[in-house]
Design a binder for this molecule. Structure first.
Ligand SMILES: C[S@@+](CC[C@H](N)C(=O)[O-])C[C@H]1O[C@@H](n2cnc3c(N)ncnc32)[C@H](O)[C@@H]1O
Length: 206
C-alpha cells in the first residue's frame, strides 16, 4: 500500500484495525480483476483507503456505498455519536464530507466511485458481478441481513465476501454480523478463509 493511502487511513476517523485493513488491501488487489470492489459502510473512509488502494493496485475500482447519515449507534445521544459529524442545518449526521477529504488525501478521489444511498435501494437494481463485497454497514440484524441478501449473491465465482465485526462471544459485541456470516456459510456458496481479528473472509465457490 502506498504511503499516501496509508497515512490517510491512519489519520481518518473510523472503526478498522490496521491488520484487518492490510488483509482487505490484499483481498481487493487480488480480486479486483473479477469485478468492482464494493464497500457497504464507508463512514469517513478508513476501510475505503485500504480497499481503494488495493483495487487500484489490482487494476480495478472501489465503489463506496453509504447513505452517510450514520448507523443507529452514531445518532445524537448514542454511544458512537461524533459531534464533528453532525450537520446542524440538516439536523442529521453527515459523514460524506469526511469521506471525500479522506479519498482526496489518499490519492483515491479520481478512482473511487461514491454511491450515496441506502444500501437496499442500490441492491434493488444491482446486477454486476463483484470481485469483493465488504459488509460494514448497519449493525442491526435487519440491516445486516438486507446487505447480505442484497449483495452476497453478486460476488463473482472466486470472489470474496468479507464481513466486519464478528464476535463469537455475545458479551464482546453485537451478533448481527456473525449471524449473516453463518448464513453465508450455511448457504453452501462460500468457503471459509482465515479470519483476521474481527474480519471474516469467505470465498465464493466456482
Ligand atoms: C461502522 S460504520 C463503517 C465504518 C467504516 N467501514 C470504517 O472503516 O471506519 C457504518 C456505516 O454504515 C452506514 N450505513 C448504515 N446503514 C446503512 C444503510 N442501510 N445503507 C447505507 N449505509 C448505511 C452508516 O452511515 C455508517 O457510515
Amino acid at each position: 500500500m502506498d504511503q499516501r493511502a496509508l497515512d490517510a487511513a491512519r489519520h481518518c476517523k473510523g472503526f478498522l484495525d490496521e491488520e484487518e485493513g492490510a488483509r482487505l488491501y490484499d483481498l481487493a488487489r487480488t480480486r479486483a480483476h473479477l469485478g468492482p470492489v464494493l464497500e457497504i459502510g464507508s463512514y469517513c473512509g478508513k476501510s475505503s483507503c485500504w480497499l481503494g488502494a488495493g483495487a487500484c493496485a489490482g487494476g480495478g475500482v472501489l465503489l463506496c456505498l453509504d447513505h452517510h447519515r450514520g448507523s443507529e449507534e452514531h445518532q445524537l445521544g448514542e454511544g458512537y455519536h461524533d459531534p464533528d459529524l453532525f450537520d446542524d442545518a440538516a439536523g442529521r449526521v453527515d459523514s460524506l464530507p469526511f469521506l471525500r477529504r479522506t479519498l482526496h488525501d489518499a490519492g483515491l478521489e479520481e478512482s473511487a466511485v461514491l454511491l450515496v444511498a441506502p444500501s437496499a435501494r442500490v441492491a434493488a437494481f444491482w446486477t454486476t458481478p463483484l470481485g469483493l463485497v465488504f459488509i460494514d454497514g448497519g449493525h442491526s440484524l435487519a440491516a445486516a441481513q438486507t446487505d447480505y441478501q442484497g449483495f452476497a449473491r453478486h460476488v463473482a465465482p472466486g470472489g470474496i465476501l468479507a464481513i466486519h465485526d464478528l464476535f463469537p462471544n455475545p458479551e464482546e459485541g453485537g451478533q448481527a454480523p456473525i449471524t449473516i456470516y453463518r448464513e453465508a456459510l450455511a448457504s453452501g456458496l462460500f468457503d471459509e478463509l482465515s479470519t483476521v481479528k474481527t474480519l471474516g473472509v469467505l470465498r465464493r465457490r466456482r
